[in-house]
Design a binder for this molecule. Sequence first.
Ligand code: SAH
Ligand code: SF4
Length: 368
Amino acid sequence: MFEYSDNRFQIKPSTKKQIKSTSYDELLDYLRSAGEEKYRADQILHEIFINRATDFKQMTQLPKHLRNMLSDVFEITSIELEEKRVSADGSIKFLFSLADRQFIEAVYMPWANDDGEVERSTLCISTMSGCPVGCAFCATGTLGFKKNLTPSEIIDQIFIVERELGTKINNVVLMGMGEPLLNYDNVVRAISLLADEKTKVISRRKITLSTSGIAPRIRQLAHSPYPPKLAISLHATTNGTRNKIMPIAQSFDLSSLMDAVEYYYRQTKMKITYEYIPFDGINDTLEDAERLRKIAQRVPSRVNFIPFNDISFTKPQGISLELKPSPPQRVAQIAEYLRSHKIAVIVRDSFGRDIEAACGQLALSREQ
Ligand code: SAH
Ligand code: SF4
């Protein structure tokens, strides 16, 4: 079982600092110590996040001596695009390599209007390579933990996809590889840089963080500079079932998770999303529906039923549970029950034409 421990996940040291991982306050400190004006920090952020400079030489708003000084201390690193795979449904899966030859994935999902024009888009991004949580149904979990992404590596996924597709991403979901709240400092810093007034990459209300339920971190996130929308991977309505399919539930039971979720709602006033994969005979009874109703009614929320994507291709070791998707009629019945209690429910279709389903499948095909 994965043991929760705060000091296991740290920002990686490097000789030069990644400039896209540097906060505004750190830039101010650097400029102060270098005897430079404060307003230069705004210009640096503008060059990086709005002009998307990839070299200090391109930062023409800055005087040459400052560009040289910056390049002595900082570097503008980038992850590399390795492969782009377009699906019939219009979604595009991006495979990236990191400097240390780890791989991560992101999924782009366009939403077209009736005339077939792309109206808005969502990008599902990764926060880790692999994941230590090891949920029984998750392809990423079978890889184990490889590494935490730096803020720069998290941000790069958006920058590269926008550049490749020549379009602006409207929504970002942290639902790719990894458990974002176990890479807390880097994830919060990435969100802060993306949502900052000065960078205007994407507003915090257009960012959704999905978590398997690290209760103390959910509370902490409520007080982060730019709290995002919160999605909880619930997937069970009793501790017994949740423990079986999500090992992290043994550290944070449903009652502590729900207290943290309520706290997050009270602090941020943003609706909570519950993600629920109905598994045949495991979490899809009428009793589950009733318990799910109680959970969903605790604070304003909506329930997303996500179809289970078969992960047998990963041939996971040690997974003895036979997980199969619930029959559609049963899912419809539970959804109807919740709707009759005025709970907003979305039943995702099974064709993969939804970002959660596509995201949930992320595993490094190169490593298989
Ligand atoms: N670690 C975070 C975010 C990444 S997983 C979390 O667990 O929330 C993103 C979503 O994909 C989660 O809701 C997860 O439960 C779901 N998911 C994982 N494996 C899946 C699968 N095989 N089929 C469908 N959804 C899956
Ligand atoms: Fe990790 Fe989320 Fe997959 Fe669980 S569902 S193993 S927390 S990525």
